[in-house]
Design a protein around this ligand. Structure first.
Ligand code: GDP
Length: 195
């Protein structure tokens, strides 16, 4: 995949209609602070187009980034702020559910988890929930640079076991600092793109 043009095309709030596209969509989910914005920026070769470190309580949106008019990266709202009120949590669930149900072009749901830690209760719920919606998430284990190289296999195993991933689930360790893992993600996306 070669990145030529990227733009934030649509921002959906709770009452917005999900846009309909003719080209593939790739969605990114994960708890707040896991490194989702950093990953999306890294894939788009931009420093800060995707917002970083969303604040707790901030309006939750689904952001559609148009990539080369070839595909969309769909930034789903981050979950797991303990302090978020019940209303925000309920909205968040509704928005993601609505998107997963509505999109006709969604090809891959990437679920981001921090490579250092056992998946949280919310990560496990999210994984199961995405499965229940009919998708088999590809796991991206973020912040790869924060662990020793010799520990990577052990941590990937811990994440697979923690999430109880289905057989054949792909786990891609990724670092926003070194961009390790980026080519593997591009190659996966390429299998859904025509050019
Ligand atoms: P988001 O809330 O999921 O969008 O997370 P951000 O992308 O804003 O990242 C949260 C924090 O983690 C920021 O301080 C980032 O600089 C840091 N971060 C994200 N990815 C990495 C990574 O791969 N390595 C390291 N060392 N830090 C990262």
């Amino acid at each position: 995949m070669v990145i030529r043009n990227v733009s934030l095309e649509t921002v959906c709030g709770i009452t917005s209609q999900i846009p309909e596209h003719e080209i593939p969509e790739f969605a990114f989910a994960g708890k707040s602070n896991v490194g989702k914005s950093s990953l999306i920026n890294g894939l788009m070769l931009r420093k800060s187009l995707a917002r970083t470190s969303a604040q707790p309580g901030k309006t939750q949106t689904i952001n559609f980034y148009n990539i080369n008019n070839e595909c969309y990266f769909v930034d789903l709202p981050g979950y797991g702020y303990a302090k978020a009120g019940e209303e925000v949590k309920a909205q968040w669930g509704k928005m993601i559910e609505n998107y997963l149900h509505t999109s006709k072009q969604l090809q891959i749901v990437f679920l981001l988890v921090d490579i250092r830690h056992e998946p949280s209760g919310n990560d496990k719920l999210m994984y199961k929930w995405i499965l229940d919606q009919g998708f088999s998430p590809v796991i991206i284990a973020t912040k790869l640079d924060k662990i020793n190289r010799s520990q990577v296999a052990k941590h990937v195993k811990m994440i697979k076991e923690g999430l109880q991933t289905v057989k054949g689930t792909i786990v891609i360790p990724y670092s926003a600092q070194t961009k390790q893992g980026r080519e593997e993600i591009y190659e996966l996306l390429d299998t859904y793109l025509e050019t």
